[in-house]
Write a protein that binds this ligand. Structure first.
Ligand SMILES: [Mn+2]
Length: 330
């Protein structure tokens, strides 16, 4: 093991992302540091920063490890006042030089060579390729990893050795992700320990509660998809009210079924904010992502996708602006 982890003494606190990659990365860290990690949390689901209450929970530890999460620099510097901070991540961002920041991507390495935090952590620990290092990749990229020749080869080789299929790996990632999709923060936080105590793929595939979660999510998705949609000026609009984090799935299914630009608003996930998701067939959403950021919304995405969390009272104006933008693209 590299010296940064060997040197750690005392009580450790672990902060991880709520998705499969975050959970698998957490499992790998806990496995290596054993009982030195006494507490693990994921931030409030949907937040990429720590709340005051979460800062309080971080008090009284000798070291804090953060995996698969790019927290704001101010958050990190606050944590670093009272504890040694180590970050293992693969998100874009700025290097924080005053702490141990292990992120090959921000040091200019090729993202295709570091497709997940689980891979980065596993590589740092000098472990052989294993189920959890692979599952983080599958969770973050799903089918798209097939376009990454080198890694798809590693995954296929692993499947061969373990008598697994790519579909089974995908299913495992969906099962692990079902916890955050249902908004169950505590179950997200238990998951790294489940993976640690139950190491086989069957332990994941046959997890009773996670399978029930998927059934529940699938039936909620089916229900929402069976409701009416609103089509004006060749754009589909859909408003939903769900406590589950399924807006990206809903938007993708509607857009691909009708082959039309689709805008979905979920007003049930947050109390004061809406989730907004846009998927286009061809139109480039990047200018609108920039706009959303300028307005101060939490906004991200890629060419055909815009995802945002924005105050309820500002939703309509921004949605109207997106509709105008899309109409001008046609
Ligand atoms: Mn990740």
């Amino acid at each position: 093991m590299k010296k940064e982890l060997e040197e750690l003494n005392g009580k450790g606190f672990l902060i991880h992302h709520w998705d499969t990659d975050g959970i698998c990365s957490a499992k790998l860290i806990i496995e290596r540091l054993d009982e030195k990690i006494t507490t693990n949390i994921t931030p409030t689901l949907g937040n990429y920063f720590l709340t005051d209450e979460e800062f309080n929970k971080c008090q009284g530890f000798d070291f804090i490890i953060i995996v698969d999460m790019s927290l704001p620099e101010e958050n990190i510097l606050t944590l670093a006042k009272n504890a040694k901070v180590l970050i293992f991540d693969h998100h874009l961002g700025k290097e924080i030089k005053s702490v141990f920041h292990y992120n090959p991507i921000i040091k200019g390495e090729n993202p295709d060579e570091y497709p997940s935090a689980s891979w980065i952590v596993n590589d740092y620990l000098q472990n052989p390729v294993n189920l959890h290092s692979i599952l983080g990749i599958i969770g973050d990229h799903e089918q798209k990893i097939k376009n990454n020749k080198a890694f798809y080869q590693i995954i296929e080789q692993f499947c061969k050795e373990q008598d697994l299929t790519f579909e089974k790996l995908l299913q495992m990632a969906y099962l692990i992700d079902s916890n955050y999709k249902l908004g169950e923060k505590e179950n997200v936080e238990k998951a790294p320990y489940y993976l640690l105590d139950n190491q086989t793929s069957a332990d994941i595939l046959e997890h009773e509660q996670w399978n029930k979660n998927i059934e529940h999510l699938n039936s909620e998705i089916e229900d929402i998809l069976s409701e009416s949609i609103d089509l004006t000026q060749d754009i589909i609009m859909k408003t939903m009210n769900s406590k589950s984090n399924i807006i990206s799935t809903i938007t993708r299914k509607i857009a691909w079924k009708h082959d039309k630009n689709t805008i979905v608003i979920n007003n049930g996930y947050f109390t004061d904010e809406n989730q907004l998701y846009v998927r286009t067939i061809n139109a480039d959403m990047k200018p609108m992502i920039q706009k959303g950021k300028q307005y101060g919304f939490k906004c991200g995405g890629k060419k055909e996708v815009l995802g945002a969390i924005l105050p309820k009272e500002k939703t309509k104006v921004f949605v109207d602006e997106i509709i105008d933008y899309l109409n001008n693209q046609q």
